[in-house]
Design a protein around this ligand. Structure first.
Ligand code: 73E
Length: 831
């Protein structure tokens, strides 16, 4: 209040306040001002990079105006907000999205073209903001887009990694990692908030004393301090002025350096501490669906959670409400268990710092949090060794013991004498050393727990969290099926398809209400519409073919079937099954006569994805794909009937080119292992059909688009346990076609067979991912794809009706479900 401009002076202010661009001249004026002042360059010294930066600055200024207006409105309306805590936000590029949402795409395009630039070239200058591994991080990005677009008051909180997911290069067929220097040329899309600095403590010790009121008070002190500095990224909504905030924390040393050492001339060690502090937010852990148990990772988690909660509480305190109203003002969503420490930290602040009674505090905590589980894979579940935890966060460890004690007492009351149940649900696993089970802590500390697709949400209730359903009853557990933003994944990635759809829907309203896609269904059999539809697919395939030519030097035929599998490389996602299938296809084609070859449907098999740097099997799969690619593409017997391509460094920007170009995409995880998948939704939304297992969101996609518009195969989740059991305890014969594939690999036609020994033996010994069990069914489904692709009209009509029925998979729908059933928040309109 003290800092506000006096009422009498506000007219002056308003006169000069920044407004929207009236026309392209106004944009150009701003653009040139930024080139000349912000960048200190001139018309003789303005390349594409400078032009990208100046244009971004001009657009960013507008976003900031809308951002300010939104924050003011949300503060004066004083309503409940949601805070989405995610260690990953896989945003990709911002400029195109900012232009679209600010409604300045045409102005900017014409504005820069007058000055001799091409908008596409400027867009290409922007590095991806790749602060995530895969689906989980990209989901967070889609969600904050939807929260803004549907006018909910909500912020994202994350870490500002200096290095996002590594860059992948392929050398001699192998993945090689290089650091992702995304901040080299400064980032126009972030606003540093140097005034927001929060002290965060690690290590130290606890003690307790009795205060004057006879109350026992716990203190945590004597630890190391670092500072959290806020960087704000505006998140503009589409078709609304609402611009929300993504606040990312960077770590900084509390003191620049140790002055005593500095004065004593020991310069090097005087800066050592500061360097150590900065490593906390330095790099994203590059593991997807895998827990590695490193202390630095736990440090990152606490650093980010403590800074975010401090910020949220500071905001709440300004409203001068009693603590019991905290959950009426604040909802916090835990994106997987990574932010689970927030549960403990809030309890600590309330009890130790604010003097709230334990039980009342715990009620506030559990009413505030919701927890989303994203995986059932055992190797991904976070469990921290107690000694490590205790050393880093001694007071938090005590509080966890306390939470666990009260919880187990409650369970004991409900199920007296069931000692084994107590052991099974305890937050502390009694192993050596003991482990803190973060998922259990997240469940106990939240009022709602959700999975991310129907099958997954059922599975968590019957497997990993079964005992908690017994304790709490089924109502605490629910499903919110994932979604994707149609702005980026349809309109931006595939503008022509978006325009064609708009011509039939009558407007671009489907970008806000994706169910309107239904309106194109009547045109599924319209030959003219089909032609336009197919022409757009061909255009997108040509765009991808050009990219492949440029990056891989491979010529691919745009009339061939484009078969795509792009996602993180993981054994459970079964890229190995795909490449074994490719080898089978290769061997089959080679055995054909010239006449028989005429019937083959030409195919381009496209792979892309990163392996965790330490994941040997995944790296071997990449090597095999590249080895097969080299042999097949050079084989004159094969020609254009089969091409194999591995696209290096798959990321959001490449996804935007690859996804619109697919005829078929593969989502072929062992049933029950892929919680949802979200690229499956993106592919279908762009008119590609799916070849998939009965897993994750494939199941709901099938329900929406109809069984005729998807190619399903493989064993069901319910059979997986039995099949694995059989592999372990009896001799299961190898699938005969797979056997031939293995013989080919072992013959050395793809190079040194020893390289692939582990890949083959994992199938021939335990076959945990059931590659052999599903192989015949997979080949059959592929055969059907080959046949069906020949009938161009039917294929086009299936593609159109699939798209028409994808409305459900908008992330706007998912956010509405969270808002209604977990967060209890309502939209706020800005007018
Ligand atoms: O099925 C996907 C899901 O679509 C799932 O594997 C992924 O989350 C997506 C969004 O819900 C996921 N990522 C992780 N766990 N599940 C994960 C775990 C640890 C570190 C990083 C990512």
């Amino acid at each position: 209040i003290e800092a506000s401009i006096p009422s009498a002076s506000r007219q002056v202010w308003q006169k000069f306040a920044l407004k929207e661009f009236a026309d392209k001249e106004e944009f150009q004026q701003e653009f040139i001002r930024h080139v000349e002042t912000t960048l200190a360059r001139s018309m003789y010294n303005c390349d594409d990079l400078a032009a990208y930066q100046a244009a971004s600055q001009a657009i960013r200024d507008r976003l900031i105006v809308a951002w300010n207006k939104t924050q003011q409105k949300h503060t004066t309306k004083d309503r409940k907000r949601v805070y989405y805590l995610s260690l990953e936000f896989l945003m990709g590029r911002a400029m195109d999205n900012a232009m679209l949402n600010a409604g300045v795409k045409d102005i900017t395009k014409q504005g820069v073209e007058d000055l001799g630039f091409k908008i596409e070239d400027l867009l290409e200058q922007e590095p991806d903001a790749a602060l995530g591994n895969g689906g989980l991080g990209r989901l967070a990005a889609c969600f904050i887009d939807s929260i803004a677009s549907t006018n909910y008051p909500g912020w994202g909180y994350g870490l500002r990694y200096q290095y996002g997911i590594f860059k992948q290069r392929i050398v001699d067929g192998y993945q090689v990692e290089a650091p992702d220097y995304w901040l080299t040329f400064s980032n126009p899309w972030e606003i540093p908030r140097y005034e927001i600095q929060i002290d965060i403590m690690f290590y130290g010790y606890t003690r307790k004393y009795t205060n004057d009121d006879g109350k026992v008070v716990h203190v945590w002190e004597g630890g190391e301090q670092v500072q959290a500095v806020a960087y704000d990224v505006p998140v503009p909504g589409y078709g609304t002025e609402t611009t929300n905030n993504l606040r990312l924390w960077a770590s900084k040393p509390t003191r620049e350096f140790d002055f005593e050492k500095f004065n004593a001339g020991d310069y090097e060690s005087s800066v050592r501490e500061s360097q150590k502090a900065e490593t906390i937010s330095a790099v994203l852990y590059p593991n997807d669906n895998f827990y590695s148990g490193k202390e630095l990772r736990l440090k990152q988690q606490y650093f980010w959670v403590a800074a975010s909660l401090n910020d949220i509480i500071r905001r709440f305190k300004k409203t001068h409400r009693p603590w019991k109203e905290f959950p009426d003002q604040v909802a916090i969503q835990l994106n997987d268990t990574h932010p689970t420490l927030a549960v403990v930290e809030l309890q600590r602040i309330l009890v130790d710092m604010e003097g709230v009674e334990w039980d009342e505090a715990w009620k506030i905590v559990t009413s505030t949090f919701g927890y989303t589980n994203h995986t059932v894979l055992p190797e991904a579940l976070e469990k921290w060794p107690v000694p490590l935890f205790q050393n880093l966060l001694p007071r938090h460890m005590e509080i966890i013991y306390e939470i666990n004690l009260f919880f187990l007492q409650q369970v004991e009351k409900l199920f007296p004498k069931d000692r084994d149940l107590l052991r099974r649900v305890s937050i502390i696993e009694e192993s050596t050393p003991q482990q803190v089970r973060m998922a259990f802590l997240a469940i106990i500390g939240s009022h709602k727990v959700n999975g991310v697709a129907e099958l997954h949400s059922e599975l968590i209730k019957t497997t990993i969290f079964k005992d908690f359903v017994t304790v709490y009853g089924p109502d605490k557990f629910m499903n919110v099926t994932n979604g994707i933003t149609p702005r980026r994944w349809l309109h931006q990635a595939n503008p022509q398809l978006s325009d064609l759809i708009a011509s039939k829907v009558g407007s671009y309203d489907f970008l806000k209400d994706l169910n309107l896609l239904k309106k194109i269904e009547p045109f599924a059999h319209d030959p003219k519409f089909q032609d336009e539809w197919v022409a757009i697919k061909k255009f997108n395939k040509a765009r991808l073919a050009a990219h492949i030519k440029q990056s891989n030097g491979i010529d691919v035929d745009v009339n061939a079937l484009f078969d795509v599998q792009v996602k993180r490389i993981h054994e459970y996602k079964r890229q190995q099954m795909n490449i074994f299938g490719v080898i089978h296809r290769y061997l089959s084609i080679k055995a054909l006569t010239a006449a028989q070859k005429k019937d083959v449907t030409p195919r381009v098999c496209i792979f892309g994805g990163k392996s965790a740097p330490g994941y040997y099997m995944a790296k071997t799969i990449i090597k095999l794909i590249n080895a097969v690619s080299e042999v097949v593409n050079a084989d004159a017997d094969i020609g254009d009937l089969l091409k194999v391509v591995f696209i290096a460094d798959y990321n959001v920007s490449k996804a935007e080119i690859i996804i619109p170009a697919s005829d078929i995409s593969q989502h072929i995880s062992t049933a029950g292992t892929e919680a949802s998948g979200t690229s499956n939704m993106k592919f279908v939304l762009n008119g590609g059909l799916i070849l998939g297992t009965v897993d994750g969101a494939n199941i709901e996609i099938t329900r929406e688009v109809g069984e005729n518009n998807i190619f399903l195969f493989g064993h069901l989740a319910e059979s997986v346990e039995d099949l694995r059991h059989k592999h372990r305890f009896s001799d299961v014969p190898l699938d005969p076609n797979l056997e031939k594939v293995f013989e080919a690999i072992e013959s050395g036609i793809f190079g040194d067979a020893n390289i692939y020994g582990s890949l083959i033996s994992s199938v021939t010994s335990s076959d945990y991912y059931l590659v052999s069990d599903d192989f015949q069914s997979y080949l059959d489904a592929q055969k059907l794809v080959d046949q069906d692709f020949k009938n161009k009209d039917t294929w086009a009509s299936r593609s159109i009706s699939a798209v028409a029925n994808m409305g459900f998979f908008s992330s706007d729908r998912a956010i509405d479900e969270y808002a209604e059933s977990i967060w209890n928040i309502e939209p706020i309109s800005l007018d």
